[in-house]
Ligand binder design. Sequence first.
Ligand SMILES: [Zn+2]
Length: 306
Amino acid sequence: MLIKQRSEPLELTILKTLNARSVLNATDSANFHNLDKGYRGEIMFDEYMKEVSNENNLILNDLLLEYKNTIFQIDSLFQFSNTLHLFEVKNFEGDFIIDDEKWYAIGTGRKEIKNPLLQLKRTESLLRQLLQELGYPFPIEAHLVFINPNFQAYQAPADQPIIFPSQLSRFREKLKSRFPALKASHRKLAKQLLTLHMEDNPYSRMPEYQYGGLEKGIICPTCHTFYATFKKTYLLCHECGGIEVNKTAITRSIKELRLLFPEVKITTNLVHDWCKIIKDKKTIRKTLSEHYIKMNHGKSSYYVNP
Ligand SMILES: [Zn+2]
């Protein structure tokens, strides 16, 4: 049973809109593509594992926990009556060589990458210690999952807890077989982990940006380019052909504005400038008054969350 959904990391959501509205510097751009790729891999894993979920297991995705001042992230945790399965999901693509403890990407040249097994072992060890402290000495099985079918590792040792794309379906079948019912202690542990989960990742690296440096307009949610045509009731994307009702697009853009600039006062003029493509202020004023609460009157009026 799925009890914790995965949501897009805040850092990624922000980088996504900044990428559409400005030119990211090399560091932010690399960070954006890494996060994006990683997140897409995790979503692929969730989709793939959907059918494992039943009343005899508990599935918690994307946990951020702390043990003795060390923060660690769990991509997925599947609780069965006999075992806890811990998953580290990688969306690696291309050819890799594993040479003892060292991992190399071999596409253009040979570049050493962080050994993902070490990361998995660290997470497993921290989780084990945390569970012991909480009083749940359940056995843990840790797995490093390569979700992308275009991943190839050469010289991979057979005795490591790695699940390659070609092994994933057999592994899933194993998890789909019948397991004994969960006990109250399993549910209690899941609840406790949910309580311990940290919403904000203190290790997020937020890029620097300013209102003036961002391109204005409304971004198409499908292809992340700006809408190009404004009609009385809808917007049209020239890139993917997508259309969206004006009011929905405006509401989405206000959310984006508030995410990027939580301190700023939402006014009709600001939203009009931010959305740019919406020519008439009346639609903006209407949308604002339908979804937000108006404070003050006249020139000093602004809108806040209901
Ligand atoms: Zn589009």
